[in-house]
Design a protein around this ligand. Structure first.
Ligand code: DOR
Ligand code: ZN
Ligand code: ZN
Length: 424
């Protein structure tokens, strides 16, 4: 973007607090935050009075499905959904075909990002070749192009392989982000192994299948000195393990999703839109996750946006594919159910959804003088019902369908360029 852009009179919401004032962007870079900016001829000026001006949100856990599964989502549709949700950067997960396990296998995704992404997309590389869990990839070669390394979709089962991966990650100063799941403990479960499963005759996925691997990987992180991030934490035991690791000074971080913070297994219905991995856990787990975002144990809210086709999600809790979409509801759900209700402050929300993901994953941009102008403007007053038919994502399956929520993005800027603007 060349020239000047002014966001006039908004409420500027940052982790340090809120103030009413203008934001000046020049040649795609943030030049001034707060105070008054006098418009000059040729400036692009937007009146955002009464709206909340924030750092563009960052979602470090998004399945964009290309290359390989473009019938579920494309980089274009997924990044348009991101922009509509107020996200300016997303990190794309590697359960693709081909999986990004070499520079060559990453190149098609990088080409599609250049050609069709409307927000910034930073891919993950895999931890192991083909995500098959045995041969660790050449991290040094991929480091310049990826946000971190993960085999998301599955956990790395063999301890020796994970240890080697973490050794290499430590040597190359890259982050390992792990989907923690012990496959031998799954026993064909489809939802949380708790009250709802017992009452309704479903096979359960036990909490231990998650936290055992969190425990193992924290030990390996300590042994190897690797920076380690736990994906989509869903159990109270995992929260406690991460809390203890942080107390010991280990470079361990974790994320959870809006659905784990606002729902539990007793909210389940026998519909595919409630099926995701990890599953919605108990009310006690939800309480522990909420305590985690309050005390800083859980530093990131990420959606695990995982679109599937309508058909793949049509087979109830047992037969549907795992995964729900999240990019277009994340802000509204977190704002309505956690900020408006006083569970967390707006400042904490900015940390969880923008500042911390940038810091932990080393991503540029945001609402800071000198930074690339990745900014989102939110209407925090508007009230509406979540209607998946309005999503621009190709995935429509969400447990939030029909929820009464408040707040939505009205404008999203990437490098100072307007990439999304709500119809007035
Ligand atoms: O719910 C999920 N969906 N969990 C995963 O681990 C994979 C993901 C997907 O790719 O659909
Ligand atoms: Zn996962
Ligand atoms: Zn995922």
């Amino acid at each position: 973007m060349t020239g000047r852009l002014i966001l006039k009179g908004g409420t500027i919401c940052r982790a340090s607090g809120s103030e009413v004032g203008d934001v000046l962007v020049e040649n795609g870079v943030v030049r001034q935050i707060g105070g008054t900016v006098e418009p000059k001829d040729g400036d692009e000026v937007y009146d955002v009075a009464g709206k909340c001006v924030m750092s563009g949100l960052v979602d470090v856990h998004v399945h964009l499905r290309e290359p390989g599964f473009s019938y579920k989502e494309t980089i274009e549709s997924g990044t348009k959904a991101a922009a509509r949700g107020g996200f300016t950067t997303v990190c794309s997960m590697p359960n693709l075909n081909p999986a990004p396990d070499t520079l060559d296998n990453l190149s098609e995704q990088l080409r599609l990002i250049r050609e069709s992404a409307v927000v910034k997309v930073i891919p993950y590389g895999t931890i192991t070749e083909r995500r098959a869990g045995s041969q660790v990839v050449d991290m040094a070669a991929m480091k310049p192009y990826v946000a971190a390394f993960t085999d998301d979709g599955s956990g790395v089962q063999a301890e020796g392989v994970m240890e080697l991966a973490m050794q290499k990650a430590a040597e190359n100063d890259v982050l390992i982000a792990a989907h923690c799941e012990v496959e031998s403990l799954l026993h064909g479960g489809c939802i949380h192994d708790g009250e709802f499963a017992a009452q309704n005759g479903f096979k359960g996925i036990c909490s231990e299948s998650e936290w055992r691997e969190v425990e193992r990987d924290i030990e390996l992180a300590e042994k190897t000195g690797c920076r380690f991030h736990v994906c989509h934490v869903s159990t109270k035991e995992s929260v406690e393990l991460v809390r203890k690791a942080k107390e010991r000074g280990l470079p361990v971080t974790c994320e959870t999703g809006p659905h784990y913070l606002t729902m539990c297994d007793m909210d389940l219905k026998d519909e595919g839109r409630f099926k995701m991995n990890p599953p919605l856990r108990s009310a006690f787990d939800r309480a522990a996750l909420i305590a985690g975002i309050k005390d800083g144990t859980v530093e990131i809210i990420a959606t695990d946006h995982a679109p599937h086709s309508a058909e793949e999600k049509s087979r109830g809790l047992v037969g549907s594919a795992m995964g729900v979409v999240g990019l277009e509801t994340s802000f509204a759900v977190v704002y309505s159910r956690l900020v408006k209700t006083g569970v967390i402050t707006m400042e904490r929300m900015v940390e969880l959804m923008a500042d911390n993901p940038r810091r932990i994953f080393g991503l540029e941009g945001g609402l800071e003088v000198g930074a690339a102008a990745d900014i989102a403007v939110f209407d925090t007053e508007v009230q509406y019902k979540v209607n998946p038919e309005e999503f621009v994502s190709m995935g429509k399956s969400t447990p939030f369908e029909g929820w009464d929520v408040q707040g939505c993005a009205v404008m999203t800027l990437v490098n100072g360029e307007v990439v999304y603007k709500a119809e007035a």
